[in-house]
Design a binder for this molecule. Structure first.
Ligand code: DAH
Length: 339
């Protein structure tokens, strides 16, 4: 027996034991146990030996083969296990990490208040309608009995797009649009955004909301106006909240009034929330001016109506005890999710 073969056998054992990955192990298998491998060659060469030696050597070579095959199998198992462990380690998930919170969307607090107000009027037979935010000078002012040089135009610091078009400063033009298209009896409420060039501060925002109301029929009286708006205020603020109607002026109503409710914070005593007046202004209202009826071809001798306009932003501030209107429009989720 050639010393070389013993060395080769020992070497092969070593290489199998040391193999670091399955590619390397396969390579070794081919070199050692394959057709061109030294063991196969050795077995082939046995034929030339005399019988006695051939048997002896044949047995030895077969023993070697078994040893190497066994080593190979063990190594193969070991490497497979290692690969799996590596994969598991790489794909490891840290189950102690906190999960991602799903933020559930909510209706904006102002829209919640608008919905609530609309639902009270819907129960009283009012229909919800909408008008455009981009208005013409005619609908926003002229048709509402506010001619070009009327001083009220100055108090509605407007965003004009061109000579004729502006962002509506109030929802009142919806009254005109509705009466142009539909004949009385009419009972509508029109919510929506309005725009005025006001510097933002705690009580002003250049974009704000209004809800307009209009009722037209043959026998509408100021008493019905008071009744409907009192019911509304009591539904929204509670039965024992006092309401007051105070004479006022609007170009498109005659007579006109402002409705106040007792301050909910101080119960009429006077506090910071109500500017120490004990009351809060909720809306403007009045009987539809005959001139407005004439513009839309409704005969003021036959029909009468009442109208009102309110600011849900300020009502929301009162309901939720918010002292700065800007908080509603900054859309900080931490603020919004409280409602
Ligand atoms: N549009 C008025 C404003 O923005 C509010 C208003 C007052 C609307 C009286 C009305 C009304 O319909 O009758 O100041």
């Amino acid at each position: 027996m050639n010393e070389d073969y013993i060395k080769k056998f020992e070497e092969a054992k070593e290489r199998i034991i040391r193999a670091e990955n399955s590619n390397e192990l396969e390579e070794i298998k081919r070199e050692v146990l394959g057709k061109q491998g030294f063991l196969t060659q050795l077995l082939r060469s046995l034929g030339k030996l005399p019988q006695e030696e051939r048997v002896k050597l044949g047995r030895l070579v077969n023993e070697w083969k078994e040893v190497l095959e066994k080593l190979y199998e063990e190594k193969e198992k070991e490497l497979k296990y290692k690969t799996l462990q590596n994969k598991l380690y790489q794909e490891n998930i840290d189950i102690t990490l906190p999960g991602r919170k799903k933020i559930v969307g909510k209706i904006h607090p102002i829209n919640q208040v608008i919905e609530e107000i609309l639902s009270v009027f819907k129960e009283m037979g009012f229909q919800v309608v909408y008008g455009p935010e981009l208005e013409t000078d005619y609908y926003n002012f002229t048709a509402l009995n506010i001619p070009e040089d009327h001083p009220v135009r100055e108090s509605h610091d407007s965003f004009y797009i061109d000579k004729e078009h502006l962002l509506r400063t109030q929802t009142s033009p919806v009254q005109v649009r509705v009466m142009e298209k539909k004949k009385p009896p009419l009972r509508i409420v029109a919510p929506g955004k309005c725009y005025r060039r006001d510097m933002p501060d705690a009580t002003h925002s250049p974009m704000f909301h209004q809800i307009e109301g209009l009722a037209v029929d043959t026998d509408i009286t100021f008493a019905e106006l008071k009744g409907v708006l009192s019911i509304f205020a009591h539904r929204l603020f509670g039965k024992d909240r006092k309401v007051y109607f105070i004479p006022s002026y609007f170009p498109f109503t005659e007579p006109s009034a402002e409705m106040y409710v007792e301050c909910g914070v101080c119960k009429g005593e006077g506090c910071k929330a109500c500017g120490y007046s004990g009351v809060l202004e909720i809306l403007g209202c009045g009987m539809v001016h005959p001139q407005v009826f004439r513009v839309v071809n409704i005969d003021p001798e036959i029909y009468s109506g009442f109208a009102f306009g309110m600011g849900p932003d300020r009502i929301a501030m009162q309901i939720y005890g918010i002292d700065d209107i800007r908080l509603f429009y900054e859309n900080d989720v931490r603020f919004l999710k409280q409602f």
